[in-house]
Design a protein around this ligand. Structure first.
Ligand SMILES: C[S@@+](CC[C@H](N)C(=O)[O-])C[C@H]1O[C@@H](n2cnc3c(N)ncnc32)[C@H](O)[C@@H]1O
Ligand code: SF4
Length: 359
């Protein structure tokens, strides 16, 4: 079954190289904007969300759109949703081809509770469950960027608990998610060494790297001065790429391609590949609003007004306009993990290009 679902996702990915998909295979879904952190790069924690989608509404959405093969549940902090297991169950029961579920965490919730919920999610039988443990610096730096004393130690403890859980559930994957910003530029290697002191078998390739972005419809952080210095970030990214251990497999190949192209994006501010927003993926926020992506503040509908079914969106005028903008290259330039993987697997030649963006 797992192999079948992996092949199903692979087939969709290959197809997206040649034809426009009839509907997206990846859902980026912010399940709540609630957050107990105080980060300097993201202002989601300042939001006071009310009227977010209920579990019943999410179940209805999952039933009426049963074709997702890859789901990213994000937040806010996903584990602040007491019904996170039921949300995962709703998608697993309805999207029969679901191969991968990913979730980031700030490690601030009670970790015993998180491990219990995660165990229940793993028992659902989704072939691949991937957790990103956010980590933005060594102990003092991480705690300063996150505004929470003790957060570094909680992230270490989370990672160690995930390692133990993987002994029972081999379908569990996890990495540290490092957001490179003006606040931590030049500090990756020191952070890596601080982690190594806690987790001796850690590898550079256990870190997913991401550039700090401004987004009105997700991070709510317009006006924050967090963009790293372009030249310094390019140098640091190249050094990170150089230090990554060689790994075999499709996912490491995609990750390497993502990183090499991140250098191009950092240098030029241009996305290295054509966006697949609203073709391969969409962003759904916790109020039911639909956007092409987390970086494209163009609301194209709300599932509450569409009887929770996305069908009418794909061939609607807004979708056509978005595709036209992508075709002529006038869409907002983005290269984030939420979107870039779909572009990479929809442009498979990029996986064999040694130096990032193809000429
Ligand atoms: C918005 S958070 C939501 C999940 C959870 N609250 C957390 O921090 O892990 C998702 C990811 O975005 C990263 N992030 C925070 N601020 C960012 C920014 N300005 N640009 C890009 N990524 C950012 C976080 O480090 C985290 O890995
Ligand atoms: S990055 Fe995550 S933890 Fe920090 S404010 Fe944003 S949602 Fe909260």
């Amino acid at each position: 079954m797992a192999v079948e679902k992996m092949l199903g996702l692979g087939l969709t990915a290959v197809k997206s190289n040649f034809v426009r998909l009839r509907r997206p295979y990846k859902l980026n879904f912010c399940v709540t904007y609630r957050c107990q952190s105080r980060c300097l790069t993201c202002d989601i924690w300042k939001m006071k969300p009310t009227g977010e989608l209920t579990l019943d509404e999410i179940r209805t959405f999952a039933q009426r759109n049963p074709y997702f093969q890859w789901i990213e549940l994000t937040g806010g902090e996903v584990f602040l949703r007491g019904d996170i297991v039921e949300i995962a169950r709703a998608f697993k029961e309805n999207s029969k081809g679901l191969y991968i579920l990913t979730m980031p965490t700030n490690s601030l919730c009670n970790q015993q509770m998180v491990m219990e919920k995660l165990t229940e999610i793993l028992k659902l039988g989704i072939p691949r469950v991937a957790i990103t443990v956010s980590l933005d610096g060594y102990r003092e730096l991480h705690d300063r960027i996150r505004g929470i004393p003790g957060n570094f130690d909680k992230a270490m403890s989370m990672f160690k608990s995930l390692k133990r859980l993987k002994e029972t559930y081999p379908g569990l994957y996890f990495v540290f998610g490092y957001t490179l910003s003006k606040l931590n530029q030049g500090q990756f290697e020191r952070t890596y060494q601080a982690v190594k002191a806690e987790i001796p078998d850690i590898r550079h390739s256990d870190f997913h790297i991401n550039l700090a972005q401004i987004s009105e419809n997700y991070y709510n952080n317009q006006g924050l001065d967090i963009r790293p210095n372009d030249a310094a970030v390019v140098e640091e990214l190249n050094s990170i790429i150089g230090s990554r251990e060689a790994q075999i497999g499709v996912i490491p190949a995609i990750e390497n391609t993502f990183l090499k192209n991140l250098v191009y994006y950092a240098k030029t501010g241009r996305a290295p590949m054509r966006s697949k927003s609203l073709e391969a993926s969409l962003f759904l926020d916790s109020y039911g609003n639909i956007f092409p992506s987390i970086m494209w503040n163009r609301k194209i509908g709300n599932i509450r007004e569409l009887d929770y079914a996305l069908d009418s969106i794909w061939e609607g005028d807004a979708a056509k306009e978005i595709r036209r903008m992508i075709a002529e290259g006038s869409e907002p330039q983005q290269w984030t993990a939420c979107e870039a993987y779909q572009s990479i697997i929809g442009d498979m030649l990029s996986l064999v290009s040694p130096s990032g963006k193809r000429a």
